[in-house]
Design a protein around this ligand. Structure first.
Ligand code: NAD
Length: 376
């Protein structure tokens, strides 16, 4: 099947098959912007759940096909989630998707000579900011976590006065003030809660305070400030983690809504809330644990479940961006478009030049050979 001009690289977009995944990796308007440089083949229905139907893709200049046509005819295959075994492009093709933290997937794709440009590997530099799906999706998750938590709470977030009296605003804290935590803080502030933030990185204090929230200070000098490489947090020792839990518990005992987002790249999430802390918290409080996928920041978190302990509801949603699929897809697609625009040199090939810091980061872990995908 011909999908456009033969001198252009062919880029395919697959529909997502993972349960509950409603996002699409590229939306029509971004395809319209890339079309002078590439031909596009979209799996039928790929954008439907996110609000982009096949006609919109055709109007943008793409063609519509089946998944096997995308896998067979495209030089580059783009999707959101890591591919299942039946969604793997053929030898020598390039795949752009999440999945960079899965060594088994990496090995499988390497054996099949598929170049996997895992979106987690986009460097978090100013130059690559527009390509950073981790940030765009974490921002949406942070916003959505407050809405999820607010809906589960028996408390109002804002102060409210009626003829029956005045209700004080709820107290909220975000543990982990990176991209998701800061967005949760901003959202809870807009909804009228009394908002707090905490992070082991000292730089987070100013960011929390600039949003009008109170930064929680920990007075235990045996707990190190935890800034590691690349601006990320450093993993603490077990003793330090235990000390931190005890220091945080007195603060958590006063909170109604707790959003936890603490992560250490490539490591299990730090345990910040254990049974002892839960024993001190108020029944009716809600914890939304955004670290559920990497083990959770709370001892009782179960991925995609709500668990109740001592009257406290602990939610572990693993894919909140998918619930806001339209805007999450807009951001995701814009990030992928920026990446493709950067990598598409001229109109014929995907240029993966190891001297370019973005390409070099994406190629980390790949075989040193076979680093460019020529047009068909
Ligand atoms: P992340 O998802 O890896 O972690 C979330 C937060 O958890 C981080 O702020 C981390 O410090 C915190 N954390 C880890 N252990 C903790 C603990 N024990 N207790 C409390 N908090 C803990 O991080 P992220 O949100 O992706 O971003 C991390 C950093 O990278 C931030 O400084 C962010 O501003 C920066 N960043 C830079 C760019 C860029 O320059 N393009 C893009 C995105 C993020």
């Amino acid at each position: 099947m011909s999908i456009g001009r033969s001198d252009l690289i062919n880029i395919g977009v697959l529909a997502e098959r993972a349960a509950g995944e409603r996002r699409v990796a590229l939306i029509p308007s971004d395809i319209g912007k890339l079309i002078p440089k590439a031909g596009f083949l979209i799996e039928s229905g790929a954008g439907r759940e996110a609000g982009f139907d096949d006609n919109a893709y055709v109007a943008a200049g793409a063609r519509i096909g089946d998944s096997w046509q995308v896998l067979e005819d495209c030089d580059v295959v783009v999707k959101v989630r890591p591919p299942g075994r039946s969604e793997t492009p053929g030898e020598g093709r390039t795949l752009i998707s999440l999945g960079g933290h899965d060594p088994n997937l990496g090995e499988f794709l390497r054996k099949r000579s598929v170049i996997h440009l895992a979106l987690e590997r986009v460097p978090r530099t100013t130059r690559a900011q527009t390509m950073d799906v981790l940030s765009s999706q974490a921002a949406i998750a942070g916003y959505a976590s407050v809405l999820e938590g607010a809906r589960a709470l028996d408390f109002l977030l804002p102060m409210l006065t009626t003829a029956g009296g005045t209700i004080k605003p709820a107290r909220m804290i975000a543990l982990g003030a990176g991209v998701a935590g800061l967005q949760a803080i901003a959202t809870a502030r807009r909804l009228g809660a009394v908002v707090h933030g905490f992070d082991v990185r000292p730089a987070a204090r100013e960011q929390v305070e600039s949003l009008g929230a109170k930064f929680i200070s920990i007075d235990d000098t045996n707990i190190d400030a935890g800034e590691g490489a690349g601006g990320y947090a450093r993993e603490q020792s077990r003793d330090q983690q235990a000390r931190l839990r005890r220091a945080l518990s007195a603060h958590l005992a006063t909170m109604q809504l707790v959003i936890t987002t603490a992560q250490i790249p490539g490591r299990p999430a730090p345990l910040l809330i254990d049974h002892e802390t839960l024993g001190m918290m108020q029944p009716g409080a809600v914890i939304v644990d955004l670290a559920a996928e990497t083990g959770g920041n709370c001892e009782f978190t179960r991925p995609d479940e709500t668990v109740t302990v001592n009257g406290i509801r602990i939610m572990g949603p693993t894919n909140l961006p998918s619930r806001l699929a339209r805007d999450a897809s807009r951001f995701f697609s814009s990030n992928v478009r920026s990446l493709l625009a950067h990598l598409l040199e001229g109109s014929g090939r995907l240029n993966l030049d190891a001297s370019d810091p973005i390409s070099a980061a994406l190629l980390a872990g790949q075989q040193p050979t076979n680093t460019s995908a020529a047009a068909a």
